[in-house]
Ligand binder design. Structure first.
Ligand SMILES: Cc1cc2nc3c(=O)[nH]c(=O)nc-3n(C[C@H](O)[C@H](O)[C@H](O)COP(=O)(O)OP(=O)(O)OC[C@H]3O[C@@H](n4cnc5c(N)ncnc54)[C@H](O)[C@@H]3O)c2cc1C
Length: 347
């Protein structure tokens, strides 16, 4: 049995903790706030689960297992947090064959949609919809609560909410907490998301994304309840939306509302600008009520090809660049950590 210490109780920390306990290890999970923490990047109504990554065959193949992984996690953790409603992405008609080829290689289940199948969305002229069917919405907050419930009360788990890591000794493999406690383990994972660079030297670029939450008009609610996630939509193909359902709102964003920023700053909510962007995604935007506008951060690798897990020291690993797909891919990080623990025990 290995001792695993995890800093950060977002999706990465929580799912890794579950996986490590299942593999027979002793786990300590620390967060500077409550567990789960509403201030984490993971805490939101929805996150998309999909595999198709056009232009990246290896990412598509790796992600092809995630649908089954999340179904199994749902069964293990209990509750309903995976809505398998499909994910449709818009593509110019002349590039659809290449997208379908990639889907075939990864054995993904795919359906082609015409713009008339998505009557309340704008698609760029000449675009078709490619729908992944074994894909959909992860109800993110529910995932975090389900994992926390599962971990609570297990003999192999120590949860330490409201304790910030203030120093990391990457060579010795030790974390110092704000009450002076020092934690050490066989494997230490920094799952501290966009705040990891405060603790260790990692090269990442901070991104801020604005999302707009909408209430659809009552007469369209039944259509939206059955709608898939849609990406690469809107007049310019930059829009993404999560349909409402299971108590969530319709959520829209756009790659135009995602930008690299030098630092975390106070929210600069600009409802008018956000509304202008989303107006390009919906066919009848004035009929929707804006319920909220939110800003959230995540980090991406500063150099393409940097490892998914950075290694600031011999016994310390960091998921510093979670990227825009860091929620759905959390089980893959959990696998890495379990493999590292097993390798350490075998050595
Ligand atoms: C708007 C938006 C939309 C997204 N959409 C998707 C999507 O559709 N699909 C997808 O897969 N991904 C998506 N992502 C990315 C995904 O949400 C993130 O990559 C993922 O949630 C990161 O999880 P994490 O657990 O690594 O980090 P976080 O969730 O940020 O958790 C980090 C935790 O570390 C804690 N912490 C920080 N510093 C310390 C410290 N010093 N001591 C102790 N604790 C500390 C924090 O309190 C926090 O709880 C999206 C991100 C954004 C912002």
């Amino acid at each position: 049995m290995a001792a695993i210490v995890i800093a950060g109780a977002g999706v990465t920390g929580l799912i890794t903790a579950v996986r490590c306990v299942r593999a027979g290890h002793q786990v300590t999970l620390v967060d500077r706030g409550p567990i789960p923490n509403p201030a984490s990047s993971s805490f939101d109504q929805h996150r998309a689960l999909r595999a198709l990554t056009p232009g990246d065959a290896s990412a598509t193949l790796a992600a092809a297992t995630l649908h089954q992984r999340w179904l199994r996690l749902q069964e293990l953790l209990g509750g309903r947090f995976y809505r398998r409603i499909g994910v449709v992405t818009g593509w110019p008609a002349d590039s659809v064959d290449a997208v379908l080829d990639l889907a075939r290689q990864a054995e993904l289940s795919i359906t082609l949609l015409a713009p008339t199948d998505l009557p309340h969305l704008v698609l760029p002229t000449g675009y078709l919809g490619v729908q992944e069917t074994d894909a959909g919405v992860l109800l993110a907050e529910r995932v975090l609560h389900a994992a926390t419930r599962w971990l609570r009360g297990r003999a192999a788990v120590t949860l330490r909410p409201w304790r910030a890591v203030v120093a990391v000794d990457s060579d010795a493999g030790r974390l110092t907490l704000d009450d002076g406690t020092v934690l050490s383990g066989d494997v230490i994972l920094l799952a501290t998301g966009a705040w990891t660079s405060d603790l260790v030297d990692v090269r990442t670029v901070l991104h801020r994304q604005t999302t707009v939450y909408l209430q659809p008009p009552a007469d369209l609610a039944p259509w939206w309840e059955r709608a898939p996630i849609a990406g690469r939509v809107g007049a310019c193909g930059h829009g993404w939306l999560m349909p409402p359902g299971a108590g969530t709102l319709l959520k829209l964003s756009s790659t135009e509302l995602c930008r690299a920023v030098p630092a975390f700053t106070a929210a600069d909510e600009d409802r008018a600008a956000a509304r202008r962007h989303v107006a390009r995604i919906l066919t009848d935007p004035d009929r929707y009520t804006v319920a909220a506008v939110k800003q959230c951060h995540y980090t991406v690798a500063a150099r393409p090809g940097d490892a998914v897990l950075a290694r600031p020291g011999p016994a310390v690993w960091a998921r510093a660049a979670t990227g825009g797909d860091g929620f759905r891919t959390a089980p893959l990080i959990a696998d890495h950590i379990v493999q590292l623990a097993a390798a350490g025990l075998a050595a």
